[in-house]
Design a protein around this ligand. Structure first.
Ligand code: KG4
Ligand code: ZN
Length: 356
């Protein structure tokens, strides 16, 4: 039986996100209104382990998604039959959690008799700046920096992503989290490292900038993390100086690799940053300066849209409805994918993380 045709005037899309350690649900209209959203962090569950435990994450998603969907619909004053499509993250991510969210989305799509849109989590991040800013047109250069990914993408349109660089080992958020672990700052580490870095002086310690200046386009952060460990174990440096030096080295790597990408592909109208690390003020300031040097617009979505959330998944669904109209929808037997590159042409490189 075909699903009911969506209302294409101002469709309402229910988004579900469960690929890592945030359970999130949002109802978004195609005119960019977020009617209601809910986000439940699992920080407390994972904190004792210093990182996300996949089995605990999947169970927590399973407990929370259904009541969160009910709460979001109630607050928006919309019944399930008033929703025009269900968008759920189908990967990449921790597979147990992705399966929980995707199966929930399938069940809701069946119950409402509306299309299911299986969304790539990275596409959610890539398009989220357009939810916040209606004037952001394609193409743009995107730096996606999160706990599982560090990529530079040319975003040419919905479903048209050219990967220009990725990490050959750790993602930048992961490097922040590992630095926080070494410096005993707790989990999640990014904000804690940023806070401590404000009290330190990066000039007191020189850390490596892996691959900076290299002819190849990619990122690498494993060597930087090891250097942080050595600096800490030497006992010769204040923790705040190590945090500051780490952050400065990371920022320099981002700028170097973006310069490399721009030299390769030529001018782009806008530089956009997305993913959890985009919350970092030093990162934002350096990117803004880089955009200024290249006469590019700089767009950084509000922090709540930078970290994992369901509004970006619902919005990716809205973008697909706008593009594909009444034909939009994925089969109900579509699979959850632990890995799902945005650019299928991009060559695989060693070590890229599975989280997003
Ligand atoms: O996109 P996100 O919420 O989740 C995924 O990884 O998909 O990103 C989370 C990552 C974590 O590694 C966290 O430490 C990092 O973003 N992060 C930060 C900051 N806030 C979050 N890194 C540096 N500075 C921050 N202020
Ligand atoms: Zn993410």
């Amino acid at each position: 039986m075909a699903a009911d045709a969506p209302n294409l005037e101002r469709p309402l899309v229910l988004g579900i996100e469960s690929s890592c350690d945030e359970t999130a649900v949002a109802l978004v209209a195609a005119d960019r209104t977020i009617l209601a959203e809910a986000i439940a962090s699992q920080e407390a569950e994972h904190a004792p382990y210093g990182g996300v435990v996949p089995e605990i994450a999947a169970r927590a998603h399973a407990d929370r998604i259904a009541p969160m969907v009910a709460g979001v619909l109630e607050r928006a004053g919309v019944t399930l039959s008033g929703v025009d499509a269900i968008a759920a993250t189908a990967g990449p991510g921790l597979i147990g959690g992705v399966m929980v969210g995707l199966v929930s989305g399938k069940a809701l799509a069946m119950a409402a008799d509306k299309p299911l849109l299986a969304v790539n989590h990275l596409e959610g991040h890539a398009l989220s700046p357009r939810l916040a800013d209606a004037s952001l047109d394609f193409p743009y250069l995107l730096l996606l920096v999160s706990g599982g990914h560090c990529q530079i993408l040319a975003v040419e349109g919905v479903g048209r992503y050219r990967r220009l660089a990725t990490t050959i080992d750790d993602a930048l958020g992961e490097a922040f989290d590992k630095t926080a672990k070494i410096l005993r700052l707790g989990y999640p580490g990014g904000p804690a490292v940023e806070r401590l870095a404000q009290e330190g002086d990066p000039a007191n310690l020189r850390l490596p900038r892996p691959l900076a200046g290299s002819k190849e386009p990619h990122f690498s952060f494993a060597g930087l993390k090891s250097a942080v460990l050595r600096a800490h174990e030497s006992g010769e440096h204040a923790r705040a100086d190590i945090a500051a030096a780490f952050q400065q080295a990371a920022v320099d790597c981002l700028v170097d690799r973006l310069e490399h990408a721009l030299a390769r592909i030529g001018p782009m109208p806008a530089l956009v940053v997305a993913g959890g690390v985009a919350a970092n003020r030093s990162v934002r300031a350096a990117l803004e300066a880089l955009a200024g040097r290249h006469a590019m617009r700089f767009v950084a979505p509000p922090l709540a849209l930078c970290t994992d959330n369901a509004a970006m998944i619902a919005w990716a669904g809205c973008e697909r409805l706008a593009l594909e109209g009444g034909t939009a929808g994925d089969p109900l037997d579509i699979r959850a994918r632990p890995r799902w590159p945005l650019d299928p042409q991009a060559e695989a490189v060693r070590g890229a993380g599975v989280k997003a």
